[in-house]
Design a protein around this ligand. Structure first.
Ligand code: ACO
Length: 322
């Protein structure tokens, strides 16, 4: 026995930033960004905190699942970094919603949702829990170098959540890691030991660095391989999948996967045009949108697939249960 998804919730940041904003600060154009990425708009946190939007998405998911925070047995939060290094974002959410269960943050970059589902699966299988809250939330704008035109246009801030209950919806899940810090990374804060001369201390540079073309190649090869393996290992024909819900990084990555699977674009929903790449939050936000607009129905099979820094990847097939 594993889990069913019993409720979804999401919350984008409040401040809309369209491509024209970037035309004013870097050498770029709405046309370049749209044709190379598919992104027109993204939202940034300005007046609210990551904890605020993560909490809102959690409350929405709990309401839909019709359970109280008290009934939660575990909270897993996938994030690159919460508002505080400590307490964790999951502990901040736990306090805000009034839960009393254990809470932990995990970091698998944009693959965070798949990693969280995989961990949750093990908890359900070992009978340790009845209800788990997963919240995926990332504040990518704080890691962006707004003078680097090849990265700052890509990302947005957001949060998405699901409540899981005991059940049998999970048909397949697999996660991978290929340790590599060269093509996509954000450096941590440098130590400043008092006995090391100031001039010898490394300067903090906590901005996201990326070799876009290499990440693109990794994404296309990994996502297509992962999907192929998911379908064959689960013995599910791709025609039975209602939606391929892929990490929202670049429209062209979605199109390559779609061509590879010889599937129609309608089976690859997207929201990256409006929200950009919201890292770990991208799949749960999209899932919530599809759920709230009643595009997914009981019995539908959906395939989720993500890739991200690490480099990590993950794929799951889930039968929708309500
Ligand atoms: N505006 C205008 N020109 C630009 C911009 C911009 N915003 N960014 C780059 N360029 C220029 C480059 O400088 C280069 O110019 P040059 O030919 O004079 O040197 C030219 O455009 C082509 O650059 P490429 O890097 O080849 O552009 P590409 O078509 O590969 O697109 C992009 C770049 C959008 C970053 C693409 O490689 C990509 O999407 N990669 C994957 C990124 C990704 O998935 N990131 C997510 C990481 S995982 C996670 O989600 C955390």
């Amino acid at each position: 026995m594993s889990f069913i998804i019993a409720g979804t919730g999401s919350c984008a940041a409040q401040t809309n930033i369209d491509n024209t904003f970037f035309e004013k600060i870097i050498d770029t154009s709405d046309k370049w960004i749209t044709t190379r990425t598919g992104i027109k708009n993204r939202t940034f946190l300005t007046d609210e905190s990551l904890t605020d939007i993560a909490t809102k998405s959690a409350i929405a998911a709990l309401e839909e699942a019709c359970i109280s925070a008290d009934e939660l047995d575990f909270i897993i939060c996938a994030t690159l970094q919460g508002d505080y290094i400590m307490p964790s974002l999951s502990c901040m959410i736990q306090k805000n919603i009034g839960a009393h269960c254990p809470a932990v943050d995990i970091n698998a970059a944009c693959t965070g949702f798949l990693y969280a589902l995989d961990i949750a699966d093990s908890y359900f299988k070992s009978d340790k829990v009845r209800n788990i809250l997963i919240v995926c939330a990332d504040n990518m704008s704080k890691f962006l170098d707004f003078s680097d035109r090849s990265t700052c246009i890509l990302f947005g801030d957001g949060a998405g959540a699901v409540v899981l209950k005991n059940g049998n919806s999970l048909k397949y899940i697999n996660i991978t890691a290929h340790g590599d810090k060269e093509i996509l990374y954000i450096k941590g804060t440098q130590h400043k030991l008092p006995f090391i001369e100031k001039s010898m201390q490394e300067k903090d540079d906590n901005y996201l660095k990326m070799d876009g073309q290499k990440v693109f190649k990794f994404a296309v090869s990994t996502v297509t391989e992962d999907i192929k393996r998911a379908l064959s290992d689960s013995n599910i024909d791709s025609s039975l999948i209602k939606y391929f819900i892929l990490h929202q990084a670049n429209q062209r990555i979605l199109e390559c996967s779609q061509d590879f699977l010889k599937e129609v674009p309608e089976k690859f929903p997207k929201n990256l045009n409006n929200l950009g790449n919201t890292s770990a939050a991208s799949i749960p936000i999209l899932l919530d949108e599809l759920n709230k607009t009643k595009k997914i129905k009981k019995g539908d099979l959906i395939l989720l697939s993500a890739f991200g820094g690490g480099m990590t990847s993950g794929t799951a097939i889930i039968e929708w249960s309500y």
